[in-house]
Design a binder for this molecule. Structure first.
Ligand code: PLP
Length: 365
């Protein structure tokens, strides 16, 4: 169940708290066409990472100027798609990438992706991407020599960050680097602060508006002369989608109850593996909770989502609600073993059909 109003609301909250920031939706979190269309209506920009994402947006009429190719390692197919769609803004973190970009998109506007270590992030993207601080200036020089428009710094503090600290730390690093770069004659008008903004998670407490306000205050203080971009993915889509799944089998093995659901690891729960996420299950049933194993419908033994998860006792045909599962879930679902991906229903359509007034989908915000 997808709420497009919640997508808009999430967008508006970011815009309200950090008005100086341009939002590029990181569509890898959830590329549902209706989310993309909602973002287009909001006049958002997009973070893209592949030829497929670039071509999808181009087919929806999004001009290349509204995309940033933010994957530091680009494929030839991706660069060809840039040429076709007119994408000229991109990030890089290595010398080899500079040559590739200069060959395919001469004079491209490039941002250096800087590594900002953050072991506290739920998903630390800096293990895979980002130039080390000490290499930053030499890479910028090389980009300039290659004829590229060396225009700024990008970073990603890691996904699902629940305090402002990592952003503030990144700002310190960038601020110092910008000073050094200025002495070498670099005018770097853009800072791209990436994604990372959090969504509700079991057992985790945070204050979103406080985080956003702290970021905004620091941007006003130290970066008021910069153009600020961001690339939120999880935050934009996470709270806008709930899963409704059905118990299709019950068994007892070695003294523990097993519930088999009609969606699993190869479907919407793919985030259990790819996103290391622990989803909340709501049964709306009564009874003393018991520990249970939850498995998906396929014949693979890997298809087990949770072990020892506390739940009210369930029966075949019971429905479970799984809130806050819009990010990195359906995006990585497969049709393995012939099971269809979960059908997507738009909450606002259901609400209107059932005459539910202004009822909101999200249970979490
Ligand atoms: C995945 C990704 C994002 C989105 O990150 P979230 O934590 O989901 O907001 C943004 N930028 C880049 C370059 C990414 O790879």
């Amino acid at each position: 169940m997808l709420s497009l109003e919640q997508i808009e609301k999430n967008y508006d909250i970011l815009r309200t708290h950090i008005p100086q920031m341009r939002i590029h939706y990181a569509m890898k979190a959830n590329p549902d066409l209706r989310i993309l269309e909602t973002m287009i209506d909001k006049n958002a920009d997009f973070d893209v990472a592949s030829d497929g994402e670039i071509r999808t947006l181009a087919s929806l009429g999004v001009p290349g100027e509204k995309m940033i190719y933010a994957n530091p390692i680009k494929t030839e197919a991706g660069l060809k798609a840039c040429v076709d769609a007119g994408v000229t803004r991109m990030t890089f973190d290595s010398e080899s990438e500079i040559c590739k970009i200069a060959k395919w998109v001469p004079h491209a506007t490039v941002l250096l992706r800087l590594r900002i270590d953050n072991p506290k992030a739920h998903v630390d993207l800096n293990k895979k991407f980002g130039a080390p601080r000490e290499k930053a200036l030499s890479l910028m020089r090389l980009a300039r020599q290659a004829g590229l428009d060396m225009a700024g710094i990008a970073f990603h503090v890691g996904s699902q960050v629940t305090t402002a600290d990592s952003y503030l730390h990144a700002f310190d690093v960038v601020h110092e680097l910008l000073e050094e770069a200025k002495n070498e004659g670099f005018d770097l008008p853009i800072m791209d602060i990436g994604g990372g903004f959090p969504i509700p998670e079991t057992g985790v407490h945070y204050n979103l508006t406080a985080i956003l306000d702290q970021i905004a205050a620091r941007l006003r203080e130290d970066f008021s002369d910069k153009i600020i971009w961001s690339e939120p993915g999880r935050y934009m889509a996470g709270t806008a989608q709930n899963l409704i799944t059905k118990v299709i089998g019950v068994n007892e093995r070695n003294g523990q109850v097993w519930y088999f659901l009609d969606d699993g690891i190869y479907g919407t729960f793919s985030g259990v593996i790819f996103d290391q996420w622990d989803y909340k299950l709501i049964s709306f049933k009564e009874g003393e909770k018991i520990p249970a194993t939850f498995a998906g419908p396929s014949c693979d033994s890997l298809d087990i989502m949770f072990r020892g998860k506390m739940t009210e006792p369930l029966e075949v045909d019971d429905l479970l609600l799984v809130p806050v599962c819009g990010a990195y879930t359906s995006a990585s679902a497969t049709t393995f073993n012939g099971f269809k991906k979960a059908r997507m229903v738009i909450w606002e359509d259901v609400r209107d059909e059932l005459g539910l007034g202004n009822e909101q989908l999200s249970l979490a915000v």
